[in-house]
Design a protein around this ligand. Structure first.
Ligand code: COA
Length: 200
C-alpha cells in the first residue's frame, strides 16, 4: 500500500527505470542482428520492393518509387547489377535495402557518391550505420584512387544525417536549391568522409 506522495514518486521512478531497462534490452537484441552485404540478385526483386516500393522510404531519394515486381527486376538488372558497387543490405541473407558507392570518372575518380536505404520496418535499429560502415571499408579497398566519399542529404532527413554523423562524416554545408527531387528543387546538406578520417 502506498500511503504518501513520496512512496508514489518512488514507485513511478522504479517503473520508469524498469521500462527504460526493457527498452535498452530490446534495442540491444535488435542491434545484434547479423548484417551482411552482397551483390543484388534478380531473385531479390520482391524483397527489394519493401524498400523501393515504399513512397515514404523513397521520398528523400531520387529513386522513382517502384510499383511492381517487374519494375524491381528491371531496376536490379539495369541499374544495380552493372553498378560499380551496389550491395544488398541483408539480414539472414534476405535483402532489406541497398548501399552503393559510385566513383566519378577520369580525374575526378578521387571522389565517390554514397547512397543507401532500407525498408521501413528495419529503421532505427542501427542496421544502416552497421551496413554503411562495412561498405566504406570495402569501397576504399575496391577503388584505390578514392580519397573522398560524399553524399547529399535533404534538411528534413534527420535519420540519414544521424547515420553519417555516427560514421564520422563531416557536414560541409548546405547547398541551396542544389538538386531536384520528387517535384521540387531541394536544399541539400553535403557530407564527406576522407579515407584518412577516423571512423568512430
Ligand atoms: C536514413 C535511413 C537509411 C536510416 O537507416 P536506419 O537503419 O534507421 O539508421 P540507424 O538506425 O543506423 O540510425 C538512425 C539514427 O537516426 C535517429 N533518428 C531517426 N529519426 C530521427 C528523428 N526524427 N529525429 C532524431 N533522430 C532520429 C535514430 O534514433 C538513430 O540514431 P541513434 O542510433 O543515435 O539512436 C532510413 O531511415 C531510410 O532508409 N530512409 C529512407 C532512404 C533514405 O533517406 N536514404 C538516405 C538518402 S540521403
Amino acid at each position: 500500500i502506498l500511503n504518501n506522495n513520496s512512496d508514489i514518486a518512488l514507485e513511478n521512478s522504479l517503473n520508469k527505470k524498469k521500462k527504460k531497462k526493457k527498452k535498452k534490452k530490446k534495442k540491444k537484441a535488435k542491434s545484434s542482428l547479423e548484417i551482411t552485404l552482397r551483390p543484388l540478385r534478380i531473385t531479390d526483386a520482391e524483397d527489394f520492393l519493401k524498400y523501393a516500393g515504399d513512397e515514404e522510404a523513397t521520398k528523400f531519394t531520387r529513386l522513382r518509387t517502384l510499383t511492381s515486381k517487374e519494375e524491381s527486376i528491371s531496376y536490379i538488372q539495369s541499374y544495380c547489377i552493372p553498378h560499380p558497387y551496389c550491395r544488398s543490405i541483408c539480414i539472414n541473407d534476405c535483402c532489406i535495402g541497398f548501399v552503393s558507392i559510385k566513383p566519378e570518372k577520369g580525374e575526378d575518380r578521387c571522389r565517390a557518391h554514397l547512397g543507401y536505404g532500407i525498408a521501413r520496418e528495419y529503421w532505427n535499429q542501427g542496421i544502416t550505420t552497421g551496413a554503411v560502415k562495412i561498405a566504406i571499408s570495402q569501397g576504399f579497398q575496391a577503388f584505390p584512387d578514392l580519397v573522398r566519399m560524399e553524399t547529399f542529404v535533404e534538411l528534413q532527413n534527420i535519420a540519414s544525417q544521424r547515420v553519417l554523423e555516427k560514421l564520422g562524416f563531416q557536414k560541409e554545408g548546405v547547398l541551396r536549391k542544389f538538386g531536384y527531387n520528387k517535384g521540387a528543387i531541394q536544399d541539400l546538406i553535403l557530407y564527406s568522409l576522407l579515407s584518412t578520417d577516423p571512423i568512430p
